[in-house]
Design a protein around this ligand. Sequence first.
Ligand code: CA
Length: 239
Amino acid sequence: MPEALKILVVEDEVKISDALRAYLENAGYAVYAAFDGEAGLAMFNELSPDLVVLDLMLPKISGEKICQEIRRASRVPVIMLTAKSGLDDKISGFALGADDYVTKPFSPRELLARIQSILRRCSGGISPLYSRMSWNGGDLELDLESRALLKRGAPVNVTPNEFKILSSLVRYPQKTFTREELIDIALGEDFDGFDRTVDSHVKNLRGKIEDDTANPQYIITVRGVGYKFGGADRARKNA
Ligand code: CA
């Protein structure tokens, strides 16, 4: 039998944590529970879990802070679990690098479905976060840390918004982003332009990184939905 996938549940409400543990164990996962932020981070570092369910309001270290710490080191999927339900919280959750967001009260069945969907999405091997990535034998290179973008070895000048859009797409190569999501995640919650603004950023980006803008291979249009990154299956990632 393959080893069970490890899920770390960081949640200070014992009742919720126990219920989740029972439900997720029943679904075949190995569940580890931490009841405050400090223990959550320690267990994360110790266990290298396959997925983290993270409450936001926690004793000692907040869920937001934990998410930031996790993202420094890892692309492990994070589902935020919280009583906060405002749009602003959702946006900042995604901006912190959460993969999904479930508001309380929630049904364990819904959370399980989301966990399964995210783990399926990640099974293509995108999990580790590499700061430097390259595609098509070095045709396109991106360093998320130094914010450098190279096309055939030559530096490409991109605007901050273009960089944010590209890095969002690259981080989640299996995901199709709606224009609204790209506005929220990349351009920020204060942005009040029209959806089509995203299209013009994408158009400019394509002009800079695609060989043939009429037939883009990196930023793919998903008709009726939005955009996704097309370099995933050809990615050659460098640590
Ligand atoms: Ca809490």
